[in-house]
Design a protein around this ligand. Structure first.
Ligand code: IFG
Length: 435
């Protein structure tokens, strides 16, 4: 029976955690792990570093340690010294809860798995054409009407602000920052269907349950729209302990170019007025960006324009990091518009050389989006995310030097029993020598 002692000198036979005299060079998430026959000492500069180091300890112990039922010991751990810290500060994944809605419990289970792989950003895509998933008290119909269905016409759903804050706190306790996205000015059909006064013609359209994109736009010239935007951003800022609010900005084909540029400039000022930094898909680079704004690369070279304006980049290439893309033609779930992404493709890319004009210093980090047009259950999420998300986490944390698919595939194969013990519904890719 392990006892958590919070004072006194570390005695032999224990796991000793401390931030006393932590090496500042380790940064916020780095740690030093010393394993001897006598004891395990985990040192860090910050509590987040201890938490990241604990995941390493978990992964150095036998796979059965991950089991959900009590297992007989003894637990052996290889002796050694590890000094470790991340390459990028942003190591994230995005879950689209708009196309299909997922319960608080399912989201928390996913967050547990993210923590295990030292992921530290959880981007929630909370609104789209098919659904609005977060209660906004000043505009209640957004959730009650706009959240009442989903792709395929199912019941949909939404998070009350208390439920959403529950998710945010659960993530924070695992040193994971939630980054909420309200996608605008495109991908807004659910909002337009919820309030007639947001529509150019004063008529609220019927709810949409298909999977087309690029057909909706806020009426950017209407002052009522800007009251809506300010109210929504204000309530989301109050729900967000982190510094970032994601405003989407992608696929705004139904917004004129001039209106889009105007929209980006005005919403950036609103986000900043509410004390947050704006994040947006790379299309926002067509607007005038502040250096505090972050652009998320997904499929064009607009990220270069964002860099030229001093913005930093989150790298999410659709051709390698989109977890909703099929592994291969036989994958039952997912889409294939950028081609296929097998486990090797998802691993074999580098964020600092992906886009000409976007180099290491411009890159905040990496993120793997999981869009849910074709996903309905936690099993679906796990099947598409694992094992590819493990490779993304590796790209975000480990140095580029020495990276090798030949070595990684062997490590991943040996990791299989651990995924099984965790109860993860992962895809057993034929490219990996699973143990
Ligand atoms: N592109 C759309 C998503 C989603 C995706 C599916 C972005 C930024 C294709 N926008 O990716 O809404 O439909 O792979």
């Amino acid at each position: 029976m392990s006892v958590l002692a919070t004072s006194g000198a570390p005695a032999s036979g224990n796991i000793y955690l401390t931030t006393v005299d932590g090496d500042p060079a380790l940064g916020e998430e780095g740690y030093e792990l010393a394993i001897t026959p006598d004891m395990v000492t985990l040192g860090a500069c910050q509590p987040a570093g201890l938490f990241r180091g604990i995941q390493t300890i978990r992964q150095l112990l036998p796979p059965q340690i991950a089991s959900s039922t009590v297992q007989p010991g003894p637990w052996k751990i290889a002796a050694g010294m590890i000094r470790d810290y991340p390459r990028f500060v942003w190591r994230g994944t995005m879950l689209d809860v708009a196309r299909h809605f997922f319960s608080v419990e399912d989201v928390k289970r996913y967050i547990d798995l993210l923590a295990y792989y030292k992921i530290n950003r959880f981007h929630m895509h909370l609104s789209d054409d098919q659904g609005w998933r977060i209660a906004i008290h000043t505009w209640p119909n957004l959730a009650t009407h706009g959240g009442s269905t989903q792709v395929g016409g199912g019941r949909g759903g939404y998070y009350t602000q208390a439920e959403y804050s529950n998710i945010v706190t659960y993530a924070q306790r695992r040193y994971i920052m939630v980054v909420p996205e309200i996608d605008m000015p495109g991908h807004t059909h659910a909002a337009l269907a919820s309030y007639a006064e947001l529509n150019c013609n004063g008529v609220a359209p019927a709810l949409y349950t298909g999977t087309d994109v690029g057909f909706s736009s806020l009426d950017t010239g209407r002052e009522k729209t800007w009251a809506f935007v300010d109210d929504v951003i204000g309530e989301m800022a109050a729900l967000t302990p982190g510094p970032y609010l994601h405003i989407g900005g992608d696929e705004a084909s139904a917004t004129s170019a001039a209106d889009y540029v105007h929209f980006i400039g005005r919403i950036q000022a609103i986000v900043n007025a509410h004390g947050k930094q704006m994040v947006g898909w790379e299309e926002i680079a067509q607007g005038k960006l502040l250096a505090t704004t972050v652009a998320q690369h997904w499929h064009s070279d607009l990220a270069r324009q964002a860099v030229q304006q001093g913005a930093r980049i989150i790298m999410s290439p659709a051709s390698t990091a989109y977890l909703d893309i099929k592994y291969n033609a036989a994958t039952p779930l997912g889409l294939s518009w950028p081609g296929y992404i097998d486990v090797q493709t998802a691993y074999n890319w580098d964020p600092a050389t992906q886009v000409v004009g976007v180099s290491e210093g411009d890159v905040l980090g990496v993120e793997a989006p999981l869009w849910s047009e074709t996903l309905q259950t936690l099993d679906d999420i796990e099947f598409m995310a694992f094992p590819r998300l493990i490779g993304l986490a590796e790209i975000g944390w480990s140095p580029a030097a020495g990276k090798s698919w030949d070595e990684y595939q062997v490590c991943l194969g040996a990791h299989g029993p651990r995924l099984t013990a965790l109860g993860v519904n992962f895809y057993r890719s034929a490219l990996v020598p699973w143990q």
